[in-house]
Design a protein around this ligand. Structure first.
Ligand code: CP
Length: 331
């Protein structure tokens, strides 16, 4: 019988310079690939009869989620448990946050209880950076406002590399609510670091101002990596190797002028007709949650080209890798 007791999984990354994973913009290509190769080792653990390893035994991880989540939260919880850690879930509702406790006080409290690592989702962009300055434990950003979602970008890279190998020159189209998408922002960094050619597609109200005005991203104070920006999906999708649809984030719209849902779907929905103009081997991605029939047609979401379930599965191995490398392999 497989006891699952086989550690270490990989050599610790003793020179890994990051105690926290706040975004992927600071990661080199080699560091991204190290995380993804560690995810491969974690995927092997998941294939065992007993998918458990004591790699993080004695470690306490807090999942601190101030925003709704299904995929990220459940996969981080399972990742910690498979690695042998104690995992404690704290959410905005049902915790002392409801009684007016501040983020800093909540962080100090869970630190005092003994958190070695905090996996954090928060509606405010930058909240994990505040956390990293507030307590000693490792901080993993599980999505902050409309800013960053590093583990989503890493799992997306994992799926793309499994599909295509080297991403150099691969054409990745990201279509949808770019303005409010932390997924798009983190993917910009990781995909361009890995050599992919990224095209962002959205109606102008859903593009960041610097991009919709046609300004050079490098001249902008928030300097995004170099990407192509399009408002015409039919033009952008031609020859694409991967197309990632994003939902419209109604919870963050704040009065931005949008086309009607019907008009949006007419111009930007990922349909089988549009996918037919992409590369014959093109894959379809979506970080979820999906609004089927709005940003993506139902048949496309569940087509053989769809890798949406593969993305969710990859999330577990990638998050195991991130927790393991931060906690056991960090400087
Ligand atoms: N992709 C993603 O972050 O999904 P959840 O909001 O369900 O975690």
């Amino acid at each position: 019988m497989d006891t699952g007791a086989r550690t270490p999984l990989v050599e610790p990354v003793v020179d890994w310079r990051h105690r926290h994973l706040l975004d992927v913009d600071v990661l080199s290509e080699a560091e991204i690939m190290r995380i993804l190769s560690t995810a491969d080792a974690m995927a092997e653990v998941l294939q065992r009869n007993v998918a458990r390893t004591p790699a993080l035994r004695g470690v306490t991880i807090f999942n601190l989620f101030y925003e709704a989540s299904t995929r990220t939260r459940s996969s981080f919880e399972l990742a910690g448990k498979i690695l042998g850690a104690d995992v404690i879930n704290v959410s905005g509702s049902g915790s002392s946050v409801e009684k007016g406790e501040s983020l800093v006080e909540t962080l100090n409290t869970i630190s005092a209880v003994g958190a070695d690592a905090v996996v954090m989702r928060h509606h405010a962009s930058g909240a994990p950076w505040l956390a990293a300055r507030t307590i000693d434990g490792h901080i993993v950003n599980a999505g902050d406002g409309q800013h960053a979602h590093p583990t989503q970008a890493l799992l997306d890279a994992y799926v793309l590399i499994k599909e295509f190998g080297d991403l150099t020159g691969r054409k990745v189209v990201i279509v949808g609510d770019i303005l409010h998408s932390r997924v798009a922002r983190s993917n910009l960094w990781s995909l361009t670091t890995l050599g992919a050619e990224v095209t962002l597609v959205a109606p102008r109200p859903l593009l960041p101002a610097a991009l919709s005005n046609g300004a050079s991203e490098r001249e902008h104070p928030l300097a995004l990596p170099s990407v192509r920006v399009e408002s015409d999906l039919d033009r952008a999708i031609v020859g694409a190797d991967a197309v990632m649809a994003l939902r419209i984030q109604n919870e963050r719209l704040r009065g931005n002028l949008l086309p009607s849902s019907a008009e949006y779907a007419r111009r930007y929905q990922l349909t089988s007709e549009r996918i037919a103009d992409a590369s014959p081997e093109a894959i379809v991605m979506h970080p979820g949650p999906m609004n089927e029939g709005v940003e993506i047609a139902v048949d496309v979401a569940h087509s053989p080209q769809s890798r949406i379930e593969a993305q969710v599965s990859a999330g577990l191995a990638v998050r195991m890798a991130v927790l393991f490398l931060l906690i056991r392999g960090g400087a």
